[in-house]
Design a binder for this molecule. Structure first.
Ligand SMILES: [Ca+2]
Length: 247
């Protein structure tokens, strides 16, 4: 009750809306399930992505990509470790996939079977400037990428890194902004742990996908939240809208 009350209070006050009901996410099986958006041209340029995910498998989690893995692909727990690894600029950058529990001060793995919020901020002119936040906390860089420009493909894939690695778990409330993120923008999206309307944040919103909440919780298409049908997502190979979401 306390959490629900805080959510409604925050949304009503700070966001100027009557709340943001979140019921559905998309579940991927880690074998071949994926969701794809094709047929658009990536505008290039700096951007940041925000999404929620829940997974527990401790290896080989390719969670999303643009085009092919070596262009821009994001893997959780790379190589069975707690590393979060992002391919970009012809190389990769990795992060220590652990955060501090704000209540107990314990160190927790990012992938631990609970809902987590991620922001990835990509400087298109310099891969080494990649930053990542989980649950509002900036992750430590484990290995820095070369300072190469970043190329984005014309396909967005969710549940897969663009290569052979698939994600086993749920993805939800995925949004895409132009420009670079900073702690203040991350705090707005993290919203103390309550998913909210990305259009109500200070960022320059390009697209968002609610993973079922804009589509009646059923079907094999996830609509773009801004109404651009060229950015509608097709659920492939068994990826399914399910009633499971961070609230
Ligand atoms: Ca949702």
């Amino acid at each position: 009750m306390l959490g629900l009350g805080n959510n409604l209070l925050f949304n009503a006050g700070a966001k100027g809306s009557a709340g943001w009901a979140n019921v559905y996410s998309v579940l991927f099986d880690g074998v071949d399930d994926r969701a794809r958006i094709t047929g658009y041209s990536d505008p290039g340029g700096d951007r940041y992505y925000s999404f929620w995910f829940k997974g527990s498998v401790q290896s080989g989690n390719g969670i999303f990509s643009t085009g092919i893995a070596t262009q821009f692909g994001v893997n959780m727990n790379w190589g069975g470790s707690t590393t979060l690894l992002v391919f970009l600029g012809g190389g990769f950058q990795s992060f220590v996939g652990q955060i501090t529990n704000p209540d107990t001060s314990a160190i927790e793995n990012v992938v631990n079977g609970t809902w987590r919020h991620i922001v990835l901020s990509v400087d298109a002119s310099d891969a080494s400037q990649l930053r990542c936040w989980v649950d509002g906390q900036s992750l430590s860089v484990a290995s820095t990428a070369a300072a190469n420009p970043v190329t984005f493909g014309n396909t967005l894939t969710f549940g897969n890194d663009g290569g052979s690695r698939y994600f086993n778990g749920n993805v939800d409330e995925f949004s895409w902004f132009s420009g670079l993120a900073d702690q203040s923008l991350v705090d707005e999206l993290w919203n103390s742990g309550f998913p909210g309307d990305p259009a109500s944040t200070s960022g320059s919103l390009q697209a968002y996908w609610r993973m079922g909440d804009d589509d009646g919780g059923t079907g094999t298409v996830v609509s773009d939240g801004l109404g651009d049908t060229s950015l509608n997502m097709s659920l492939n190979n068994g990826a399914t809208i399910v009633a499971d979401a961070k609230v």
